[in-house]
Design a protein. Sequence first.
Length: 531
Amino acid sequence: MGALLALASAVGIAAPAEAHAVLVSVDPADGARLETAPASVVLRFDEPVRVPDDGVIALDARGDRVDSGPVALDGVDVELPLDELDAGVYMISYRVVSADGHVVTGSSRFGVGRDADPVATASTDPPGPVDVAADVARGLGYLGAVLLVGVGAVVATLWRGERGSRPVRAALRVGWMVLLVSALTAVPLAAAEAAGAGWSGLVDPDALAFELGGGAAFLAAVRVAALIMLAPAAWGRGRIPPITAAPALAVLVSIAAVGHAAAGDDTLIAVPVTVLHLAAMAVWLGGVTVLVTAVLRRRADGAAGPDAATEPAADAVPAATLRRWSRVAFLSVAVLVLTGEYLGWRQLQPLPSLWSTGWGLTLLVKVGLVAAALLVAAVAQRAVLGAGPVRRPRLRAAVAIEAGALAAVLAVSTVLTAEPPARTVYGPAVALEAPLRGDVLEIRVDGTRRGVQTFRVGARDPSGSVVPLDGVEATLTSEAVPALALPLEAGAGGVFTGTASVPVAGDWTIRLVADLAGGAAVSTSTAYTVW
């Protein structure tokens, strides 16, 4: 149990929740100058989003609201109607909730009869106490699944004689309580995150009403109902009845269906696979917990058990007992690996995102910890499983190391739920070149993720010296959408900079016309990939 409780502190330093949905375009475009006032603004995301009250607003230069009604949702599009606008510069601010429950914030600016500098922001708020509390609550769900479902499943099928032991009672009850706390705090914490109002959002009626209409509230209710049915198994007196399969499965589904598995195109496959993944982890770590806190301890204390008449000295454990557990652990690991491969593949697209994103690197840490736990388990099995009984001290040391590695795996799994999946953030900066009459036009794209991108364009001769340019015109083209204008402005060092909102992934071409000193204009182009 002590190794498992280390999860509580590890969750506290989990990565903050980040935005998973991406704004791919806004109409009017960021920085656009319009001669006719638009009737509405349309924001397009890469996945459906939910919009809390006042989640999308329009402001004039004085900070007064100029939107005329509630937003309209149409798939991935969010439309905000506007008042009749006068000439001026206007700001669009948005705060929406992505499919996996994380909050996306940002802003855009346009002008009516006026120039408007682009703002091109899309980010998350700095993590605050509410975000940390929400991460802890999610981690409690994993901890509770291990202690209630995992421990309960193992003692119901493998070590039935331990159902009434004190350590098992404690594990089941702690698991039940932390699962209840996680369920009861899910809605108010999600409401506070969506509202961005700090602790006051926990009791904000509008924020709570918004969150109660989402899937997370339904899943929290499912978990509470399942825990009510599991209460006799956790809190009963005497010989505790075994964990019932249906409510235990409902607990796992209520955890798996919130987060990354709920976002994307294949959720009908991802959610069941995530349930299997969570169940395998719960059984493996739950079995190690029972082995350390109950099986070995009872035998060491000389306590009587159902097999006491046939057991050897209190300092020894029959090898057959460990072989039964070894088979269960092997099956759990097999399911864990197979489901993990699918879940990893689903979030790791393309492959370089494995070593170039926070999510990918965290996954590598998790895989390393699982491999370490397997290595320890394999070495311990060869060392302690012989024909006769196994002495407790040797086994207890080996299992304690395995438990520590698995507790770390559980903590890293919590971090993964807070990190944005690799597929939603991958888009490395690229350096491109295009020929320019014997010289080279250098183009740097700071971020190739679909959405807002920043471009820097300059020219150099073969010796590396800067080639002065009087101006550069640029256009972005793709087979998927009409051409996009890329306005560029001269900056320091002969570099021209500009931003554009690239709406779709795929192959794009940058077409440029460079005005050289002396009046010559040269057309050139280069291509790059948008993710």
